[in-house]
Design a protein around this ligand. Structure first.
Ligand code: HEC
Length: 141
């Protein structure tokens, strides 16, 4: 059961436009395969739905979340100008205790990457490293 939950990722959205109210509903779909070499491709496939294509925290799923997705372009400035690679790594691998990464609605990426990488730990590390490089390249100056 746990394994099944880990395989589902928030990527699809359904919007119901009623007469008065509009509601965005999060649909869980299977994580699409991506190249471990492309941080950008992985970001667009796995992170942009919440954090936004520009990583500023305004993805299409954001309005359906109780907690606003972080502005990932501000990670360095919030950390005294230094990009916190180790922190991002711990968020992705599930070691960091963040409310929105790791409960049953929100993904912890480590096990998903493990699965996508068919259990090759070195590929999981490469995915996390390349996501880190990509997010670091987006830091606001
Ligand atoms: C389902 C929505 C969702 C998805 C998908 C998602 N995130 Fe998040 N993320 C959030 C939310 C919400 C927060 C704020 C969490 C908190 O403060 O507890 C967050 C916080 C973070 C943080 C911590 C930021 C900080 O200021 O401490 C990092 C790093 C992060 N996300 C990276 C990623 C990456 C990389 C991906 C893609 C592999 C991703 N997230 C996918 C919702 C999401």
């Amino acid at each position: 059961m746990r394994a099944v939950l880990f395989l589902t990722v928030v990527l699809g959205l359904v919007t119901f436009a009623g007469a008065q109210d509009q509601q965005t509903e999060i649909k869980h779909t299977t994580a699409a395969p991506t190249s471990p070499a492309s941080g950008k491709q992985m970001f667009m496939a796995y992170c942009a739905s919440c954090h936004g294509k520009d990583a500023k925290g305004d993805g299409p799923a954001a309005s359906a979340l109780k907690l606003a997705p972080a502005d990932l372009t501000a990670l360095a400035s919030k950390n005294g100008g230094k990009y916190p690679a180790a922190k991002v790594t711990s968020v992705l691998s599930g070691q960091a205790n963040l409310a929105a990464h790791g409960n049953k609605e929100m993904p912890v990426w480590g096990p998903i990457f493990f699965r996508i990488s068919q259990g090759h730990e070195s590929e999981v590390q490469m995915r996390i490293a390349n996501l880190n490089h990509y997010i670091e390249s987006l830091q606001a100056k």
